[in-house]
Design a protein. Structure first.
Length: 256
């Protein structure tokens, strides 16, 4: 099959290396629509998908050197975004209009603490044996905590931090669980101010994703020491995140 030149994308992986990939009409349409939902270009979407696929293959093969290289590449891919007022780089998906529209639809930003959300945060902390659990909603400039079990002052009273202190924005960008055993050594977050100011060292976060596929924030747990999260613990966190989404949609229905 010969594809029209218009239905192609050139992807650069290094300063002097690039390749052109051609697509059929149907596949191009799907690619273009999904990239738009994520607030990124088609070229970036293809590049990030390639990194993820290579990461799966090298992980199965047990190639630690390749895996570390891909982690560094992924950190660069996820950190590309807009520059905020403070000069920090944020993931592009944080600013996606469709995602922000969903976030405002559920009407939870700046609302008081509510027991259904606090109960689920406490349960997440207990089941995963973590000192901190958050229900975090990410807007363009900050993360707002609908629930913040175990968080120290002044953040417990403020119930928010700027994105300079957010690990959750990266789970939102990937729209899949983000599991970090030691933030000091992780290329995606090792320079994040939350390590210094909130004592975030180990992190596991599951995106809170609506039926429209938009991630509003995360249900996450935090430890102040390095630790390995088990697959059973992540499965438990995924189940609890689904319960948080049920509460979010109930709140949105009541607000409407």
């Amino acid at each position: 099959m010969v594809f029209p030149e218009a239905l192609s994308v050139t992807v650069s992986f290094m300063p002097m290396r690039a390749t052109t990939v051609r697509f059929s009409d149907d596949l191009w349409g799907l690619l273009e629509a999904e990239a738009a939902r994520q607030g990124i270009s088609c070229a970036q979407f293809v590049r990030d998908a390639t990194i993820m696929r290579l990461g799966v293959l090298t992980g199965r093969r047990g190639d630690p050197e390749a895996t570390l290289t891909l982690e560094a590449l992924a950190a660069g891919a996820l950190s590309r975004g807009r520059t905020g007022t403070s000069g920090d780089r944020t993931p592009a998906a944080v600013h996606a209009p469709a995602r922000l529209a969903e976030l405002h639809r559920v009407s939870l930003l700046d609302t008081p603490a509510e027991e259904p959300f606090d109960r689920l945060a406490r349960l997440a902390a207990k089941l995963l044996e973590a000192p901190v659990a958050l229900v975090s909603l990410v807007d363009e400039h900050r993360q707002f905590f609908k629930s913040c079990f175990g968080l120290e002052e002044p953040y417990r009273s403020a119930r928010q931090t700027p994105l300079s202190h957010s690990f959750c924005q990266h789970a939102l960008e990937a729209n899949r669980p983000l599991v970090i055993e030691n933030a000091h050594a992780h290329p995606l977050v090792r320079d994040n101010a939350a390590i210094r100011d909130l004592g975030v060292v180990a992190y596991a976060g599951v995106p809170l994703t609506t039926a429209r596929g938009q991630a509003l924030g995360t249900l996450c747990v935090i430890d102040h020491q390095p630790r390995a999260w088990t697959s059973d613990q992540i499965d438990t966190l995924i189940d609890l995140a689904a319960s948080v989404m049920t509460e979010i949609e109930l709140h949105a229905a009541n607000a409407a």
